[in-house]
Structure formats: structure tokens, C-alpha cells
Design a protein around this ligand. Sequence first.
Ligand code: FES
Ligand SMILES: [Fe+2]
Length: 306
Amino acid sequence: MKRFPFPLPNGWFQVAYSDELPPGAVVPLHYFGGELVLFRTQAGLAQVFDAYCPHLGAHLGHGGHVEGERLVCPFHGWTFESGGRCAAIPYAKRIPPQAAAVAHATVEGSGMIFVWRHAGGVAPLWEAPVVPEWGLPDWEPWQKFRWRVRSASQEIIEGAVDRVHFPYVHKNEGVPGMQVDFDGPSLRTVSSLHLPEGPTEMRVRFYGVGAGVGRKRGVGDVAFIGTETPIDDETVDFRFSLMKKRSDPGDPSGRMAQFYIDEIARGVGEDIPIWENKRFLEHPMLCEDDGPIAQYRRWARQFYGE
Ligand code: FES
Ligand SMILES: [Fe+2]
């Protein structure tokens, strides 16, 4: 019996950080239970294809190389444009008209590369996540954390709306107040937390079950994004990237922001043993004060299927 019944979800998922992929780089990826190749053209465009060359199935991520704006297969030199179309077969007079690599919509922003994954091959239905503070001069670079978790994306994000677990798992003072707003593929939460610095408000916008972009205001501003990319149907590549607003060395707000960042990273470490050992109950026995868990699960259903 599987611990959770979900197939792989549809949506935008982070597959890399931008700085991991210089121009001309070709990287094999294993996500969504399959093989992919990520590459960056010389002009700087990042693109994801299915890994296997449509000619005779070589893995484009093992020995493939970039020539200008194209990806070249290591096996017989077939050459693909970033949109997937085969642009050249060096030894042939005629290119079969259908010859193309399977290209996946790929978007780069906030120092990250996202790919659109859909079980039915449907084109992107909503915008990829963005962190507006990224790259602004008064914000520091990302601090990056990453875990490989035996769980599912939906389960990890459920932790954000399960307000009651905070005092028990994370030893926060009291159950946070939480307002939740479901809006198509987005979910917005506003939580009030009791942190050592005093009451703090945190706002997060989730983009499907692949990412949540948030902001903590108060003493020490922090912007962050958590991304949950399925490696397969029982493993998630969970990245958390946070940045703090620049502050003078003597200013306590910089210390508070760093404290918060460290707390988040520590908090995930506390969640992981629960996530990796729990089961998803189809009919949980909820009580009145559990918060919007049932609504969250209804909202999440839209991310499955063709
Ligand atoms: S398998 Fe790619 S060119 Fe032949
Ligand atoms: Fe948690």
C-alpha cells in the first residue's frame, strides 16, 4: 500500500538554480519519474528537453553539446533548436519533417529555472513563480537549502496550512492565526506568528503544489521561495531559498532576519521525519480547529490528470 495516492502533479517546478548553468552547459536531470536534459545556449537561453534523442534514443544529457543556439546529440550529430525542432542532420540530405526533441516550457527568473510539467502535455496554464525582491540592490543574494524527501509535493505544502502542527513540531508559541484564500491555481496565506522579536506577519502565495513565494515583514525583512519538485512519485527535491534585506552591521534587524532564515531551515529538519513516515489518509478525522486542511486538499485536486 502506497503512503500517498497521488500521481505526479502538473505545474511549474524548479529544476535548477541559474548559476548552476553557464552558457553552453548541458546537464542530465532526473525528475517526474523520467529523464530530462537541461542546457543553456550561448546566447543564454535555458531549455529543458526530454532526454532521449528522437533519432535512436541517445541521452542528450550525456555527451550532448551546445553549438550556438542549438543542442547537438552525441550519437549521430542531429542538431536541435531550443524549441525542439531538428535543424540539421549533418550526414543527410533531408530532415524528416516530424523530427524534433520534446521541448518543455522553461522559464528563468529570480535566479532559478522552472519547467512546466503536465501529464497531458498541455501548455502552461498559469505563470511561473517570481520573487520580486530578487536582484534588487537592497536585497542580499539567496541563501539556499535543499533536502531530498520521501514524500509528495502536495504533502509538503499541506504543512503550510496545517497551522496546528507549528507548536507541536516546531515548538512555536501558540497556534498561528491563519487566513487562507484559494484563487484558481494560487493559494494565498497570511499567518501571524509569535517569534522572539514579537508578533510577525508572513504572507505566502503558492503556485500550484510546486512553489510558494513568501515575505516576512517586521524587524528583519525576509523574502523566500520554497519549491517542491517531484523526482518520482515518492520522492521530492525540496529547495528553500531565502534572502534578507541589506542592513548596517550594527542594525539588529539583520540579525533577526538571519535568525528567521536559520529557524526555517531548522524547521524543515523537524518536518521531514513526519513527512517521510506519515500516510495520506483519504478520510482524515478532522476537528473544528484544524484549519483549512480539507479545503486545501480539494484545491490541490486540480493539479492532477490530463
Ligand atoms: S540518437 Fe541522437 S543523433 Fe542518433
Ligand atoms: Fe512544518
